[in-house]
Write a protein that binds this ligand. Structure first.
Ligand code: HEC
Length: 117
């Protein structure tokens, strides 16, 4: 085998490896982003419709007993815990089971987490 052949073959396989990495990256980031990322923009709309009257436009709490989301303490639990809470309701807060879909819960929670003190 001539040295030139080996060089060409090495270059080709490097290009192939590069392409494989490129497509894997698209697969992992692109697809995962679509499937898993919550959308705080959609969460804001849901919040305005379902939550704002009690929790206030600024998230500081309007109804008696409603927590202040800007201080974070009420949100220092995992999303799964908040979804469970919202499905079942608590105290004066109604249950949202059947009213909101799983995606909606995650979107609205992403929005809650965006309130600034
Ligand atoms: C009728 C008024 C009302 C509405 C509507 C309402 N909430 Fe609440 N929410 C409350 C009150 C009151 C509490 C405090 C409950 C308690 O601890 O007794 C609360 C608590 C919470 C908590 C914190 C729980 C904790 O661990 O301290 C979260 C998160 C929350 N609400 C999110 C939402 C979201 C999201 C919506 C809209 C989908 C919503 N709430 C709609 C009144 C409301």
């Amino acid at each position: 085998m001539r040295a030139g052949d080996t060089l060409v073959r090495e270059r080709l396989s490097a290009v192939r490896r590069g392409a494989a990495t490129f497509f894997m990256t698209i697969l992992l980031t692109g697809t995962a982003g679509e499937v898993f990322a919550a959308d705080p923009g959609k969460g804001k709309e849901l919040y305005e419709t379902h939550c704002e009257r009690c929790h206030g436009e600024d998230g500081r709490g309007q109804a008696a007993g409603a927590p202040d989301f800007t201080r974070g303490a009420a949100l220092m639990v995992p999303d799964t815990e908040l979804v469970r809470l919202l499905r079942g309701g608590r105290g004066a807060m109604p249950a949202y089971e059947g009213l909101l879909r799983q995606d909606d819960f995650l979107d609205v929670i992403a929005y809650l987490r965006s309130f600034q003190p």
